[in-house]
Ligand binder design. Structure first.
Ligand code: ADP
Ligand code: MG
Length: 679
C-alpha cells in the first residue's frame, strides 16, 4: 500500500504541491528521492577549517546587525556570522524581509557553499534552520542534502523522509534474487534505502549507493537482454550454410581493414549460428560500412535469400543502389531500387520482381519495409545510417519478417560503455580503424569577424570547381536568439558569393524540393549549399571540400564530427571551419577536441565526459528511463557487472518463472509497461 505524502504529519496542501514539483506524490517516491549529496558531520568542520567551494552545514551566530542595500535593482541583505573560530560574510539576494527578521545574536544551523578569497570567507544565500538541541548538534552524522523546490528546506525534507523510514511507512520487496546479491555483494533493498538517506557511516553509505546504482543498471539490462534473447528464441534464425566470401572479397579493389574483417567474421558467426542476428555495426563516417552490407547481402544471396537495404533518405538509397549495382551486376545478382518517387506503374513492376524473387537485393528508404511489400524469400534486413534509433524501432524492424536477420549500421559511434547500455538488446561490432590513406579534414575554429575571409576562401574554392556546405542552427531568424538562420544567411551569402550558385535546404521544405536541391548539389550544379543539419545523414559528394558550421557551440561534438564527415570524401584537401563567438571555457575545450581529433569514438567519449550523459546521448532519447543515481560514464564498471549478472540470471531462468525470480519479473514488467515497448 502506497500512501500519498499529504497524509504525513506536517505536510499540508501547499507543501505537498511543492513536493509534487519534484515528482514526489507518494511515500515511496519520497523514500526513493535520493539525496544529491551529503554533509559529513562525522568530520564536523568549524569556520576556520572551511575550504573553498565546499558546502557545509554548521552552527553559527549572527555577529553583525543585517544591512539592506540595493544593487542593480536587486535587494541584498548582508551580515557577518561567526562560530567562535571565524567569520563568514553572508549575502542573501532578494530576501529583503530578512533585514527585519534576523538579528544580531540569533543562532542558526546554516547550510551553504563557501567562497574563499584569501582569508575572507563568503557565502551566498545560505539556508537556515533553527539550532537543534546541543546533544543532537554535535552527534556525528552524515546528513543528506536534497534537491529542493520552492519553500522546501533541507530540514523539511529530512524530517519527511525520516518519518517515512522510522515508521516503516514504506517497505520495499527485495527483487534482486539472493544468489545475485551474494555474488555481487549487494546489500538488501530496505537497508540501502535507509542508508542512502541516513547512513550510519561512510561504509554503509557506500554499500547502499553501490546497491542502488547496480539495481538501476540491472533492471534495464535484464529487460534489454530479455528482448534480445526473446527475438532469438521466438524465431530461431535461418542458418546460412555457405558463408564463404573469399571470392567476393578478393574481387574488391582493396583489401579489408582489420575492423572490416573482424566485423565480417562476427556476421558469419551470426548467420551460421542458427540464432537470429540482431547486430549493430558502428563505425565512423568513411570507415567502410557499405562493403560490409555488400558482403552480408552476398552471403544471403548465396544461400538463396533476398536482402532489403534501407537508407534514411532517397538520395542515400540512390547512391547505395548505384554502388551495389556496380558490384553485383557483373556477378548476375540483381539489385532493384524502390523509392517513393517511382510511378505507380513502375512500382507495380518492382513489387512483382520482389515477390517473384527476380530481385535479389532491394534497396530503398524505410518505406520498403513499412509498405506492404511482399518478398519472395527475405533473409536479411540492413538498416543504414540510422542513428538515434530507439529500442522500440529496433524491435519493430526485426519483427518484419520471420527469422529475418537484422544488421543496423550507424555512423554515430558511441563509446562502448554507452553502447552496452543503450544497445543492450543487440550484439555490437565496432569499426575502429579507417581504410588507409584517408586524409584528415583540416579543422579551424574562428569567430564571426573572420566571415569575410572565409567567404573569400569559399569563392576561390568555387572558382576551382570545389563545393561548400554552410550549416546554420536555425531555419528562420528568431526574436529571442541571435543564432544564424538559413533564410537570413542565404541572402548574405548570395550577395557575397555572386556569381556563384548558392542555394538553401532545410527541414521545412517538401521532400521533393529537398531532393531536387540535394541532387543538384551532388551533380555539381550548386556551388554553395546553406543548410540546417538535414544534410547530416549519409550524403556523399566527394567534390565538396569545405564545411562551415556557424554557431558551432550549439552542436554536440558527435554532431559536429558527423557534419564534418560530409567533406574529405574525395582526393582533394578538405577543410572544416567552426565559427563561434562563444567565450565559454567548455566551448573552447570542445572546439579544441574537434581540431585535434578525427576519431569519432574518441570524440564521442570526450563529448560524454564534458557534457555528462544527460544531453546528446540521453538514455531517454533512446527510449530508456532516466537514472536516479547511476551515471553511465562514471559507473561503467558497475554497468558491466550488472550486464553480466542479467545475462547469468536469464541463462538459468529465461522467463523468470522460478520462485526466487518472481519479484524481479514483477519489477521488470512494471518498467516494461512504463516504457510502452509493445513487446
Ligand atoms: P561509411 O559508409 O562507413 O561512411 P563507405 O562504406 O561509404 O563508408 O566507404 C567510404 C569509402 O572508403 C568508399 O569509397 C569505399 O569504397 C572506401 N573503402 C571502404 N573500405 C575500404 C578499404 N578496406 N580500403 C580502401 N578503401 C575502402
Ligand atoms: Mg555509409
Amino acid at each position: 500500500m502506497d500512501i500519498p505524502i499529504s497524509r504525513l504529519k506536517g505536510i499540508g496542501k501547499k507543501r505537498s504541491d511543492e513536493f509534487k514539483k519534484l515528482n514526489i506524490n507518494l511515500v515511496s517516491d519520497l523514500a526513493e528521492f535520493y539525496p544529491r549529496t551529503y554533509e559529513d558531520r562525522t568530520v564536523s568542520k568549524t569556520i576556520s577549517q572551511f575550504e573553498d567551494d565546499h558546502t557545509y552545514t554548521f552552527p553559527a551566530y549572527i555577529a553583525s546587525e543585517p544591512k539592506l542595500s540595493h544593487v542593480n535593482g536587486k535587494a541584498l541583505v548582508n551580515a557577518r556570522i561567526n562560530d567562535g573560530t571565524g567569520s563568514v560574510y553572508v549575502t542573501w539576494f532578494n530576501q529583503q524581509y530578512l533585514k527585519n527578521s534576523l538579528h544580531k545574536g540569533d543562532g542558526f544551523l546554516f547550510t551553504g557553499k563557501v567562497q574563499k578569497r584569501g582569508s575572507r570567507i563568503s557565502m551566498a544565500s545560505p539556508e537556515r534552520e533553527p539550532l537543534p538541541p546541543e546533544d543532537e548538534l554535535y552527534e556525528p552524522k552524515i546528513l543528506p542534502i536534497y534537491h529542493l523546490s520552492g519553500s522546501l528546506t533541507q530540514r523539511i525534507m529530512r524530517t519527511a523522509v525520516k518519518t517515512v523510514l522510522d515508521n516503516k511507512l514504506c517497505t520495499f520487496t527485495e527483487f534482486i534474487p539472493s544468489a545475485v546479491r551474494k555474488k555481487y555483494n549487494l546489500c538488501e533493498k530496505n537497508f540501502a534505502v535507509q542508508n542512502i538517506h541516513f547512513p550510519d557511516n561512510e561504509n554503509s553509505l557506500g554499500t547502499s549507493r553501490y546497491r542502488l546504482i547496480f539495481e538501476e543498471f540491472f533492471l534495464i539490462q535484464v529487460l534489454l537482454t530479455m528482448i534480445r534473447l526473446l527475438s532469438g528464441k521466438a524465431n530461431s534464425g535461418i542458418v546460412f550454410e555457405d558463408t564463404e566470401t573469399e571470392d567476393f572479397v578478393s574481387s574488391l579493389p582493396f583489401s579489408l581493414t582489420n575492423s572490416q574483417a573482424k566485423t565480417v567474421e562476427d556476421i558469419k558467426g551470426d548467420f551460421s549460428s542458427g540464432k537470429l542476428t540482431n547486430r549493430l555495426i558502428q563505425g565512423d563516417v568513411g570507415s567502410g560500412k557499405t562493403v560490409i552490407a555488400q558482403i552480408a547481402a552476398y552471403m544471403a544471396y548465396k544461400n538463396g535469400y533476398q536482402t532489403a537495404l534501407m537508407a534514411p533518405t532517397e538520395i542515400l538509397a540512390q547512391q547505395h543502389f548505384e554502388s551495389f549495382t556496380e558490384i553485383f551486376n557483373p556477378l548476375g545478382i540483381s539489385c532493384i531500387l524502390l523509392t517513393g518517387s517511382s510511378t505507380t506503374k513502375e512500382k507495380e513492376l518492382i513489387y512483382q520482381k520482389i515477390a517473384s524473387g527476380e530481385a535479389d537485393i532491394i534497396i530503398g528508404t524505410h518505406a520498403i519495409i513499412q509498405e506492404k511489400t511482399v518478398f519472395s524469400n527475405l533473409g536479411l534486413v540492413i538498416s543504414d545510417e540510422q542513428h538515434r534509433f530507439g529500442v522500440k524501432q529496433r524491435k519493430s524492424l526485426s519483427q518484419k519478417g520471420k527469422n529475418v536477420h537484422t544488421l543496423i549500421m550507424t555512423a554515430t559511434p558511441i563509446p562502448r560503455t554507452l553502447a552496452l547500455m543503450i544497445y543492450g538488446d543487440m550484439d555490437i561490432s565496432s569499426m575502429t580503424d579507417m581504410p588507409p590513406g584517408r586524409k584528415t579534414v583540416k579543422t579551424y575554429c574562428v569567430n564571426s569577424t573572420y566571415r569575410k575571409r572565409f567567404f573569400e576562401f569559399i569563392r576561390k574554392n568555387a572558382a576551382s570547381g570545389g563545393q561548400t556546405y554552410i550549416i546554420c542552427p536555425l531555419i528562420e531568424d528568431s526574436e529571442n536568439s541571435n543564432l544564424q538562420s538559413v533564410n537570413a544567411y542565404i541572402e548574405t551569402a548570395k550577395k557575397a558569393l555572386s556569381p556563384y550558385n548558392v542555394e538553401a535546404v532545410h527541414g521545412k521544405m517538401t521532400a521533393s524540393e529537398k531532393n531536387r536541391i540535394m541532387e543538384d548539389f551532388a551533380l555539381g550544379k550548386i556551388d554553395v549549399l546553406v543548410s540546417t543539419t538535414v544534410i547530416e545523414v549519409g550524403i556523399n559528394v566527394p567534390n565538396a571540400t569545405i564545411m562551415v558550421i556557424e554557431n558551432a557551440e550549439k552542436f554536440g561534438l558527435s554532431q559536429l564530427h558527423q557534419l564534418r564527415g560530409r567533406v574529405g570524401r574525395g582526393e582533394k584537401d578538405s577543410y572544416c571551419i567552426l565559427v563561434t563567438d562563444s567565450q565559454s571555457e567548455i566551448s573552447g575545450k570542445r572546439m579544441e577536441i574537434m581540431k585535434k581529433s578525427s576519431d569519432g569514438f574518441e570524440i564521442a567519449e570526450k563529448d560524454l565526459s564534458l557534457r555528462g550523459p544527460g544531453d546528446f546521448f540521453g538514455t531517454s532519447q533512446h527510449g530508456l528511463p532516466k537514472f536516479k543515481l547511476a551515471d553511465i560514464y562514471r559507473d561503467i564498471e558497475i554497468l558491466k557487472l550488472a550486464k553480466t549478472a542479467a545475462e547469468e540470471i536469464l541463462k538459468k531462468d529465461f522467463y523468470l518463472k522460478n520462485e526466487e525470480n518472481l519479484n524481479l519479473l514483477d519489477k521488470i514488467e512494471k518498467i516494461h509497461d512504463t516504457l510502452r515497448l509493445d513487446i
